[in-house]
Design a protein around this ligand. Structure first.
Ligand SMILES: Cc1cc2nc3c(=O)[nH]c(=O)nc-3n(C[C@H](O)[C@H](O)[C@H](O)COP(=O)(O)OP(=O)(O)OC[C@H]3O[C@@H](n4cnc5c(N)ncnc54)[C@H](O)[C@@H]3O)c2cc1C
Ligand SMILES: Cc1cc2nc3c(=O)[nH]c(=O)nc-3n(C[C@H](O)[C@H](O)[C@H](O)COP(=O)(O)O)c2cc1C
Length: 587
């Protein structure tokens, strides 16, 4: 994470600082309903009842959706809910606000979601105002698989307390299956916010009726069974990658999306792995599991993650296996050694550390996490492909312990859903990753590998809209001969003038490694001039290395060609982020 962005004087330990970076955001608090539209009911009731500000920090929309649920509950209790993204509120506004409910996810490795960075930086600065007049409660969304579990929510909760604000209900940290926990927090937190005497106890203005559309019915919990129309390999023969293009029919679902959104896909586990686990444990697929009305085979196929081992499973096996290497890494608490030990091992491999370890069906299931959907950046424009959604997915495969291993969802789509068969899907809107409203604005897109997905959608969308703005794409992978995916389409877009510039970086076609960030620097003068002309800068793909290297290159280009110090270049990037001209979809 980019520590230079953290204020020098911020009152945190080095460890806390390492979670944090960000920039100041703009002020544009809106009164919204749960669906993100102006809510006449709330506007009216705001004049009569007590405002409750609901601030969300989100990368992929979950926190925003929960914020909508908080608003609905608040309205019922007579509050006037006011929903804002954390990038839409300036810290100075807190002086006039009395109640805030924060719902935030955590991203990267224990980092703030992009839209929370600026607000967090201001809140964590030494100059942040005292907030004794403020009541608050925090809901954090996260994933226990990450070391920095719910770190963003924890930081907000701690900092608000430090600044003197009153916590009205304890922070709640949600794991991936957040719905029930979030609901419980809403039930506890919303009524706990103080109201002045005489304020209405229930909404004086009727809430707008909730229109339940067919599309709204499809969700994580209830995915739409969509027909897969096409599954074709994009990577050429001999490539180290297997990137595939999928076309999926939206049929009669009523599902709609915009360029920039993601699609949630609910996988079904590999039956070969299910059988191998049952054989290893000596359990029958028909075995019953206390507390469930489904047999074990069904649960392992449809309900639980059976590939990536949970911490609980690793700990349980360590306790029984008597395996020196595993005991050593686990007991020493060395996270890197643990990751190295776990790398390439799935649950079956962990069980096989000691084939004598036995588990009952009940014990085994208790050590598994619920099966989760996977998100994929949509690679089509709805205008170009009405009724369809396209995805660009790298199949995750590796060989270890004399066995083929596969990522759950990418191989489910690649191997186990034939064309004409169905997969469960739902749309996961990403309002923070959109083309400029101004069709004349220039756009720079950096998307190596599968990172190209949303940019195919953007380019198609701009073509369909007849947008006049210039488009510059940086794309790359290992080898041009095998990894230049969508080459025909991009070439055609170049010829017809839609794709103004295409800069390619194939890392292994020459002795020295060339990446997209290398090309950015080589074309730094033009890149800076595009930015000066108002270009929007987008990044999609690998979060661990690529996105960080691209940000460093961006700062470098701005410093070099704008004749600025590193600090001023960082401020320039901060301003881009604040004005929503630097947007990322990284994973
Ligand atoms: C917002 C968002 C957008 C995304 N968009 C895209 C997209 O457009 N295209 C795309 O392809 N992906 C995309 N992803 C990633 C995608 O969601 C999945 O994470 C990815 O497909 C892997 O899921 P899986 O179920 O196949 O693998 P999982 O079952 O989740 O397994 C992945 C795990 O396997 C292990 N592993 C992986 N490779 C190896 C190896 N070589 N050796 C040993 N172990 C290994 C690692 O521990 C890794 O964490 C996106 C993610 C997000 C959050
Ligand atoms: C690339 C990536 C990184 C993540 N990093 C963390 C993390 O460090 N800590 C954590 O608790 N959760 C982490 N999560 C889980 C998200 O916080 C969780 O999925 C949350 O529900 C997302 O909410 P949002 O859609 O509002 O952003 C990560 C998820 C992704 C996809």
């Amino acid at each position: 994470m980019n520590l230079p962005y953290f204020p020098e004087d911020a009152p945190f330990t080095g460890e806390q600082k390492s979670w944090v970076s960000g920039y100041l955001a703009g002020l544009k608090t809106r009164i919204l309903d749960g669906a993100g539209k102006p809510d006449a009911g709330s506007v009216a009731s705001a004049q009569q009842s007590v405002p409750l500000h609901i601030l969300f920090g989100t990368q992929t929309g979950n926190a925003e959706a929960v914020a909508g649920d908080v608003a609905a509950a608040a309205r019922e209790l007579g509050f006037a809910p006011i929903i804002s993204g954390l990038d839409e509120i300036e810290i100075e506004r807190l002086a006039e606000i009395e109640r805030i409910a924060i719902v935030t996810s955590t991203y990267g490795e224990g980092e703030m979601p992009d839209n929370a960075l600026a607000f967090w930086t201001a809140l964590s600065a030494e100059t942040a105002p005292r907030l004794e007049h403020l009541s608050f409660s925090v809901l954090s969304l996260g994933d226990t698989a990450y070391d920095g579990f719910c770190q963003a929510g924890k930081l907000f909760d701690m900092r608000l307390e430090q600044l003197g604000a009153q916590r009205v209900a304890a922070r709640v940290d949600c794991d991936v299956d957040f719905e029930k926990t979030a609901k419980d927090w809403i039930t506890a937190a919303v009524p706990a916010f103080p109201k002045p005497a005489g304020a209405p106890t229930a909404t004086a203005v009727a809430s707008p009726a909730k229109v339940e559309t067919a599309a709204a019915a499809w969700s994580r919990k209830n995915p739409y069974p969509a027909v897969v129309l096409k599954n074709r390999r994009l990577s050429g023969t001999g490539s180290a990658k297997e990137i595939r293009h999928y076309e999926i029919a939206l049929g009669d679902s009523g599902l709609a999306y915009e360029a920039g959104d993601a699609l949630g896909v609910m996988p079904v586990n590999n039956p070969t792995l299910v059988t191998a686990l049952l054989v290893r444990l000596g359990l029958s697929p028909d075995a019953s599991v206390p507390g469930s009305d489904r047999p074990l085979g069904d649960l392992l196929t449809f309900a639980y993650e059976i590939a990536t081992p949970s911490r609980e499973l690793v700990a349980a096996i360590e306790a029984r296996a008597g395996d020196e290497a595993l005991t050593h890494v686990l007991r020493h608490g060395d996270k890197e050694a643990m990751s190295a030990w776990l790398w390439s091992k799935d649950i079956l491999d962990v069980l096989n550390v000691n084939r004598g370890v036995a588990l009952t069906a009940e014990e085994f299931v208790a050590l598994l996490k619920p099966l989760q959907h996977r998100a994929y950046s949509i690679s089509s424009s709805p205008l170009a492909h009405p009724g369809e959604v396209h995805l660009t997915i790298a199949s995750v495969r590796w060989r270890a312990e004399d066995r083929e291993h596969g990522g759950v969802c990418s191989t489910f789509l690649a191997d186990r859903v034939a064309e004409g068969e169905t997969a469960g899907i739902f749309v996961s809107p990403n309002k923070a990753f959109r083309l400029p409203v101004d069709n004349d604005a220039p756009v720079i897109m950096v998307g190596p590998g599968t990172g190209i997905a949303p940019f195919r959608a953007f380019l198609e969308q701009r073509r369909e809209l007849g947008a006049k703005g210039t488009n510059w794409l940086f794309f790359g992978d290992q080898h041009r001969a095998t990894d230049f995916i969508y080459e025909d389409e991009l070439t055609a877009m170049g010829k017809n003038g839609l794709l103004t510039r295409l800069d390619l970086a194939f890392s292994r076609d020459q002795v020295e490694k060339i990446y997209v960030q290398t090309r950015m620097k080589q074309n730094g003068r033009d890149l800076f001039s595009w930015l000066e002309d108002g270009a929007y800068f987008y990044v999609c793909g690998d979060a661990t290395r690529m996105a960080k290297d691209v940000e460093d290159a961006l700062c470098d280009v701005i410093a070099t060609h704008g004749g600025m110090s590193a600090e001023s270049a960082n401020e320039y990037v901060a301003a881009l982020r604040k004005s929503k001209r630097y947007l990322r979809d990284v994973y």
